[in-house]
Ligand binder design. Structure first.
Ligand SMILES: [Zn+2]
Length: 206
């Protein structure tokens, strides 16, 4: 069996990186993960890091990214924010991983029943922003809600998808990523996580 981590290499292709991530998700879904998270694995990866992908996902406790992709230490870089919302720190982190570590794949992973998306829909319906830095999350997700339409009966589910696509689009246009994306050296793709089955499905670009 090809094990995620063995084939990772800085400068690999986006296609190979995506295939490796999705293979890990299939191992997870089938109940046959191969990576333990003990100190032996930590020690084995304690040299220079050569991750092959960066995954940007939500903070939701039901979506632990290394677990759902069956990845071990040193394999992927993970960034998690509420509703995978971008800010300068997140974008700078992705620019670092892609630019300095040579990672060829950025995966943006949304999930159903996302609390950040729900809070944004509520804020737009009531006209009351939550305050504090939560406003940043709401402001960043609000355009996706508006594109879907607050009156749509499936506004929550559709906004999750729309927001992933918007995040992917923003990252593809990023100042330090755009050239590599255009040249095909780096791919930015979107996906959705199914809370019940554990499956990750890729979103077609739109
Ligand atoms: Zn969420």
């Amino acid at each position: 069996m090809k094990v995620a981590g063995q084939g990772r290499q800085a400068g690999g292709t986006p296609r190979a990186a995506l295939a490796e991530l999705l293979a890990g998700n299939r191992r997870f879904v089938s109940g046959q993960p191969v990576h333990g998270h003990d100190v032996t694995a930590a020690a084995a990866a304690s040299g220079d890091q050569q991750p092959y992908a960066v995954v940007l996902g939500c903070i939701d406790s039901r979506v632990p990214l290394e677990a759902i992709f069956d990845q071990t230490f040193g394999a992927i870089c993970v960034i998690r924010t509420g509703g995978h919302v971008l800010d300068r720190a997140v974008r700078g982190s992705i620019e670092f991983v892609v630019g300095q570590l040579g990672v060829p794949l950025v995966l943006v992973l949304g999930h159903e029943r996302c609390g950040a998306v729900g809070a944004t829909v509520d804020a737009l319906r009531t006209g009351e922003r939550p305050g504090g830095s939560l406003d940043h999350l709401v402001d960043e997700i609000a355009p996706a809600v508006t594109e879907v339409g607050l009156d749509d009966p499936a506004v929550l589910a559709l906004t999750v998808r729309r927001h992933v696509r918007r995040t992917v689009h923003t990252l593809r246009e990023d100042d330090l990523l755009a050239e590599a994306v255009a040249a095909g050296r780096v791919a930015v793709v979107g996906g959705l996580y199914d809370l019940r089955t554990g499956e990750v499905a890729l979103l077609e670009p739109s």
